[in-house]
Design a protein around this ligand. Sequence first.
Ligand SMILES: Nc1nc2c(ncn2[C@@H]2O[C@H](COP(=O)(O)OP(=O)(O)OP(=O)(O)O)[C@@H](O)[C@H]2O)c(=O)[nH]1
Ligand SMILES: [Mg+2]
Length: 304
Amino acid sequence: MDLWNRFRAGLARTRERLGGPMAVLLRRRGAVDPETRERLDEALLAADVGPSTAERLIDAAEARMRREPELDLGAALERVAAELLGERRARFEPDDPAPGASLWVALIVGVNGVGKTTLAGKLAASLARAGRPTLLVAGDTFRAAAAEQLDVWAGRAGVEIVSARSGADPAAVVHDGVSAALARGTRVALIDTAGRLHTKHNLMAELEKVARVCARLVPGAPHHTLLVLDATLGQNGIAQAREFGRHVPVTSLAVNKLDGTARGGAVLAIVDELKLPVSVVGLGEGIDDWQPFDPEAFARGLFD
Ligand SMILES: Nc1nc2c(ncn2[C@@H]2O[C@H](COP(=O)(O)OP(=O)(O)OP(=O)(O)O)[C@@H](O)[C@H]2O)c(=O)[nH]1
Ligand SMILES: [Mg+2]
């Protein structure tokens, strides 16, 4: 399956909520009458778009149809959604290497079970394949099986890994991992961290310490802090991102598990509320089941 089709397949359940019952309405042109507005609003809420973002999208689509009368409601919604999603853009990839080939450090954070470790594996594989020597750092020393799980991914991805026994101080492992990456001259260090509830202050302080260790070893590190969200949790991601953002400078969002959820519309609400770009989407459990985020393709996958 090509990338677009995989993406489309992943969004199928969300699209069913938006497109299916709405097919006739989405073909209408001109002013949005109150009944259409109400049914559209319902469909958007069912896809977890969130009330204020839904309202904003419908208003923007209506304005768009006034300016471009050839557009029907579905096409107008697709365009305004793509604009909203594309307002800020980010890619999860190392900046051009400075002369002397510096190390690019990325920190992967998020609440429990959202798919951080899986995504670390997928991204490491892709970076390695693109010819960027990558080292995985097992910063999750909390869960006993966490380092083993990352080790399996390192094997699949064909990259090196630095880990420690469980119970070790995560900041110490990160120190060792980043130092090893520097010593070995790898281009990228990807740090997996333990899942933590955004409301637990001691755990957030631990994350701040991890980020400080990175900065001490490599100027400007972490160069990318990727906050991983779980699409099946819908708009809960908004509160998570707000809280994580108070403790670490979140560069971009990854939205995992977009396959098999009908709540993909939450991505619109999350981007609208947080003004943070999405860089990556997870579409399954396999090593290739992810994609760089493409606002236009995402909007098309929702509404067409
Ligand atoms: N369907 C689907 N499952 C996923 C995706 N990403 C991860 N998973 C699954 O979600 C579960 C949790 O993934 P992990 O990578 O262990 O999540 P984590 O955030 O590292 O979990 P903790 O370290 O415990 O906080 C696993 O069963 C993964 O296979 C995805 O994009 N789609
Ligand atoms: Mg994990």
